[in-house]
Design a protein around this ligand. Structure first.
Ligand SMILES: CC(C)(COP(=O)(O)OP(=O)(O)OC[C@H]1O[C@@H](n2cnc3c(N)ncnc32)[C@H](O)[C@@H]1OP(=O)(O)O)[C@@H](O)C(=O)NCCC(=O)NCCS
Length: 416
């Protein structure tokens, strides 16, 4: 018998112990470090009403917990509430006892009550959460290139270093970018309040008071044999126009004499078009002749929990001008309330939820792949080819694929 409830100040130490054991890679081992972790989790929860810590208790003892985040995500041209899940941690003595399953069920119900149509999380294992109905987001790419290979523009005169006191201008720039970018999430209050780490630097493209692009980065020594060899690790690159990008790239280019490599992790799948040499520094050749230019991984995952709510929110989005009366049948074994058939009539691309049984074509698929498809991550016809989706009339394959083809895949730089 479990009870799930909001964690209080006194739960922070036991929760941090569970978290420290679950996330060994964080290297939180001493009692002092565990206490600090608990203090930090509590501080963020207090500062930000959009972050909530919940724990699962059995026989009065905390055996697992999680953080939930109320995110505002740009979905095409609309803002929607997306429930984020992070820091899921289960007591090592209670693993494989459905603690996580019950936490995730609670999380889904929590956001269903809040009328959030979509959820998002970073998985410790994609297959574990896919089984629970979460679909893959856009792949993340790791690029490594030489600074001198970046384009050297005519100027870098607007590039300046900024710090914590310029944070509002940085966030304004970020939010203008969010407003134009599918998948991006607004910054929450905790992000605004926390000081930057001392090693973090921000180079910004500033015009007067306005920041129109920036790079958040840090230096890392890149060789045990040579302490002068340095790498730049770009944590975030945001730009509103090509002038800003050009000056920021020119700034990075000018570091070539001291910086050996720049590492950039991004969902931008086209970034290899920017440096003069697209190859990564691994020197690997993929047979027969494929020069490795980045490595890739599956990261953020999405889950639709309310189809009518989502398409009502997207009522002004144009799904590529198609006309189609579509029946979508979703399989959802983890959250059966969400399973079933939905009728959406697309008129010149605009969706309208319908009742009744009037449709041209029906598609059937699991909620995980359905979520990826609606986010514009995977085309419907690929899922059909792979045998992961069915269609009542294959003549409509192209129409259905076009409806859900997004101009751009979702981008998200929020870590949680
Ligand atoms: C990973 C971790 C959270 C798993 O927690 P756990 O409590 O051991 O996991 P659970 O027992 O709830 O296992 C999931 C259950 O959900 C079930 N499940 C998954 N999808 C299901 C579905 N669609 N329908 C029904 N059941 C489903 C699984 O089958 C499994 O049950 P089973 O073991 O009886 O087969 C835990 O091991 C941990 O804390 N790890 C370290 C930290 C970490 O990596 N956290 C995750 C960060 S995102």
């Amino acid at each position: 018998m479990s009870t799930i409830k909001r964690l209080t100040r006194k739960d922070m130490f036991p929760f941090a112990v569970i978290g420290a054991n679950a996330y060994v890679g964080m290297k939180v081992t001493s009692e002092e470090d565990i206490r600090k972790l608990g203090d930090r989790l509590w501080k963020m929860e207090r500062i930000d009403p959009e972050i909530n810590l919940y724990g699962l208790f059995r026989k009065g003892k905390l055996v697992g917990g999680m953080r939930m985040f109320d995110f505002t995500m740009r979905m095409f041209s609309t803002d929607i509430l997306v429930g984020g899940l992070g820091f899921v941690a289960v007591d090592l003595l209670h693993k494989r006892e459905h603690v996580c399953k019950e936490l995730v069920e609670f999380y889904i119900n929590h956001y269903a009550k809040k009328k959030s149509p979509m959820l998002a999380l970073y998985p410790f294992r994609p297959d574990f959460y896919r089984k629970m109905g979460f679909g893959y987001g856009a792949k993340i790419n790791q690029y490594r290139f030489k600074p001198g290979d970046l384009p050297k523009g005519a100027s870098r005169e607007h590039v300046v270093f900024v710090d914590h006191k310029d944070r509002q201008a940085i966030i304004d720039c970020y939010h203008r970018y969010v407003a134009k970018t599918h998948g991006m999430m607004k910054r929450n209050k905790a992000y605004l309040s926390f000081p930057l780490r001392p090693e973090t630097k921000i180079a910004a493209y500033r015009k007067g008071k306005r920041i129109e692009g920036y790079i958040i980065f840090n230096f890392k020594s890149s060789s045990d044999e040579n302490w002068l060899e340095t790498e730049i690790q770009m944590q975030e690159l945001i730009y509103e126009n090509r002038e800003a990008l050009s000056e920021l790239m020119t700034f990075l280019n000018s570091q070539a004499d001291q910086v050996h490599t720049i590492r950039y992790i991004t969902q931008d799948e086209f970034f290899h078009f920017l440096p003069s040499d697209p190859r990564t520094d691994s020197g690997k050749l993929i047979p027969p002749v494929g020069h490795e230019c980045n490595t890739q991984g599956v990261g953020l995952m999405y889950r639709i929990i309310d189809t009518p709510g989502l398409f009502r929110a997207l009522k002004n989005h144009n799904f590529n001008g198609r006309n189609c009366k579509l029946k979508i049948t979703v399989r959802d074994s983890f959250y059966p309330k969400n399973a079933g058939s939905y009728l959406i009539h697309f008129v010149d691309g605009r969706p309208k939820m319908k009742t009744g049984n009037e449709y041209d074509v029906e598609i059937v698929m699991d909620v995980a792949d359905y979520s990826s498809m609606v986010m514009g991550v995977v085309p419907y016809d690929k899922l059909y080819e792979y045998g992961q989706a069915e269609i009542s009339d294959p003549a409509y394959l192209d129409t259905v694929t076009k409806i859900f083809t997004a101009d751009k895949k979702p981008i998200c730089v929020t870590q949680f």
